[in-house]
Design a protein around this ligand. Sequence first.
Ligand SMILES: Cc1cc2nc3c(=O)[nH]c(=O)nc-3n(C[C@H](O)[C@H](O)[C@H](O)COP(=O)(O)OP(=O)(O)OC[C@H]3O[C@@H](n4cnc5c(N)ncnc54)[C@H](O)[C@@H]3O)c2cc1C
Length: 473
Amino acid sequence: MADTAFDIIIIGSGPGGYVTAIRAAQLGFKVAVVERSFIGGICTNWGCIPTKALLRSADVYHLMTHAKEFGLSAENISYDPKAVVTRSRGVAKRLADGVGFLFKKNKIQVIWGEANIDAPGKITVKASKVEAPKGALGPGAYQAKHIIIATGARPRALPGLEGDGKLVWTYFEAMNPDKMPKSLLVIGSGAIGIEFASFYRTLGADVTVVEVLPQILPVEDAEIAAFARKQFEKQGMKIMSGAKVAKLDKKKDSVVATIDDGKGGTQTLEVDRVISAVGVVGNVEGLGLEKLGVKIERGTIVIDGYCKTNVPGIYAIGDVAGPPMLAHKAEHEGIICVEAIKGNKPHPMDKRMIPGCTYCSPQVASVGLTEAKAKELKYDIRVGRCPFLGNGKAIALGEDQGLVKVVFDKKTGQLLGAHMVGTEVTELIQGYVIAMNLETTEEELIHTIFPHPTLSEMMKEAVLDAYGRVLNI
Ligand SMILES: Cc1cc2nc3c(=O)[nH]c(=O)nc-3n(C[C@H](O)[C@H](O)[C@H](O)COP(=O)(O)OP(=O)(O)OC[C@H]3O[C@@H](n4cnc5c(N)ncnc54)[C@H](O)[C@@H]3O)c2cc1C
């Protein structure tokens, strides 16, 4: 008979669950992961990875249509939407298969089905409609000293604006479209909404984004978000902020949206498809949490810095444990969680150190406090900026539109936050993340040598600017 007792059972195999399982196995725990639908979770199958594959196709298409600017010729550029999606699905599958391989390599048992926690230490797994992968255990009762909930999140459904799988899409359909819409309304301008808006606009759709808040990319620094907005508008995207979609009237193959423009007026807009990207909500239901008395606030599980819930033996990580709902936050929480279970002494989660990236064109990336937040927290600050306009590498790439911005504590020289918009900034931000983690000051950054010619040189110039020593602007 198959073994049903484990040291740690993790519910959910997303980036939170699977990375946690690997680290737990490395620490010597006997580990199982329960999954009900897709190994690798949202990130691998329907989130981070397939969207980046789609955006890559859009980037290549954009470059090809601008070949002349580089002295090249490319004629009759077109795209095959099916092939674009097939590539994206293939990339996701390759990564999901990779997670399956890592489970085997680390001797992590997969249990296939839907988990319910009966009591601390005990779960019941019910059958899933999705076919189980080879070697997985099936429905039944299982025990574990520690249960980690990593069940992720799903699209938020606002009444009247919820996805219907056909005309009003969530990210699932937006990633796997039945046809390329000629016109598209994106409701919500967070990372998910803006990435899809960017993808479809680059491929030629008429895209309108409606955001209820005054600023698009609402969690980003206001100056960076405004810069990104200008670029999107230059590309022909229509953006309405401080506005609200009041109603969606569905026709046979289109949708008429009534938009409250926030200035006392209303507009109607007929589009082929709508993407509802108004956020995600934690998968807290169906796990038996109410009966167990696990504390839930604003739809996510309440945890401490080591991912413990208020019920001993039950932990939560990733999207289900609250914002920011990002894959790397989920992974890091999982590592902290199992290291603490092992009795090691990990640093508790410090949310200020979590970078955020949006892979639109131009990209946006940030870490730490925005200028406004630093002021709100009463820091006396120094701000430095470096535009892409004067950077040799940016100009050579044909990507001279962007901005790097840093926020320092005037008193201590501590880097409080860094914010960027421009090509490949999602690859640059990690330099500042490391700097912040090491509590680097301006002096150390100024004494750091950056290779030339690179986009990264702007990271140093922005620091120099904050201290009145800028060289290349
Ligand atoms: C379109 C899109 C793009 C994104 N892009 C990025 C990005 O570029 N970078 C980034 O950092 N983040 C991105 N995200 C967010 C990222 O996908 C999530 O933050 C991440 O997947 C969260 O990981 P997780 O492990 O908490 O949960 P998930 O990845 O959601 O995994 C949870 C798993 O639990 C399973 N599950 C749920 N309930 C049960 C149950 N009762 N029993 C068994 N199994 C269960 C689910 O089937 C799922 O597989 C994106 C999200 C979307 C939707």
